[in-house]
Design a protein around this ligand. Structure first.
Ligand code: NAD
Length: 256
């Protein structure tokens, strides 16, 4: 639905891999309300999938970003500063864990796998928040994405549950830290959605079934529904909300 809720707002969107990505649902919802976007892609292999989507959304800057490479973060934030001189929104929609550590029983997770999962899935949000902060001259809004596996031992989420629990804690502390600068920091926790990243989870099909069974209306969330929740957080509609974990899971989290 077209509108003006995001008119004049400039938003950095990370984490689009393809048109099934949660970040793509977010980008569409924001663009439909007038947001101007910077969109990143992971690497040269991802670029042919992401660039056409970014162009169709009228993205003004399209750059590579692997968050484990500080020089790419430097380049991205310099480009935003030079082109826009400011930023209103940050969307962190990415996570990673080596498959052997994700699939192993958590007691067998390697130190390297644990550190990499934490670095890419949690620390990168702190890093990007710190880089975005000076550009958010009139305040702003930052969001990331978690999953119920942060709070419950559910399915084969394993080590990612630890990374998401850390990300949720980082959301609360960053909300307090950056609140003094009128920057809101929130986390959206969607139910299961069949995306590329989700496909890496062992027996993801059972997690989908569990979520559908536990949903109060028997429905799984869509990237459009998650995009609309993100629109709330990135727009002024959420002016009074920070540090929250907001579920878009059709009630799975409250259904005992
Ligand atoms: P996706 O595969 O479409 O997106 C994941 C993105 O992470 C990809 O674009 C990938 O390029 C990016 N990424 C991985 N490593 C990176 C790195 N080093 N640097 C930069 N980007 C990197 O999957 P998705 O489901 O849309 O995932 C988006 C977010 O939503 C993730 O944080 C995920 O944990 C979270 N989430 C997903 C679900 C679900 O069921 N799909 C549920 C709850 C939360």
């Amino acid at each position: 639905m077209a509108g003006t809720l995001m008119a004049g707002k400039k938003v950095l969107i990370t984490g689009i891999a393809n048109d099934k990505s949660i970040a793509y649902g977010v980008a569409r919802a924001l663009q439909a309300q007038g947001a101007e976007l910077v969109i990143t892609y992971l690497n040269a292999k991802a670029e042919p999938y992401v660039r056409p989507l970014a162009e169709s959304l009228g993205a003004e800057i399209i750059l590579p970003l692997d968050v484990s490479k500080p020089e790419q973060l430097d380049r991205l934030f310099t480009a935003i500063d030079e082109s826009w001189g400011r930023l209103d929104g940050l969307v962190h929609s990415l996570a990673f864990c080596p498959l052997e550590d994700l699939h192993a029983p958590i007691s067998e997770c390697s130190r390297e796998g644990f550190l990499q999962a934490m670095d890419i899935s949690c620390y990168s949000f702190i890093d990007m928040a710190n880089r975005a902060r000076p550009l958010m001259k009139d305040g702003g809004s930052m969001i990331n994405f978690s999953y119920l596996g942060s709070a419950l031992a559910t399915g084969d989420y394993n080590i990612m549950g630890c990374a998401k629990a850390a990300l949720e804690a980082a959301t609360r502390y960053l909300a307090r830290d950056l609140g003094t600068q009128n920057i809101r920091v929130n986390c959206i926790s969607p139910g299961t959605i069949a995306t590329r990243a989700a496909g890496g989870i062992k027996d993801f099909a059972s997690m989908l079934e569990y979520n559908q069974h536990k949903a109060v209306d028997g429905q799984l969330p869509t990237i459009e529904e998650v995009g609309n929740a993100a629109l709330f957080f990135l727009s002024d509609l959420s002016a009074g909300t920070t540090g929250s974990i907001h579920y878009v899971d059709h009630g799975v989290c409250i259904n005992g």
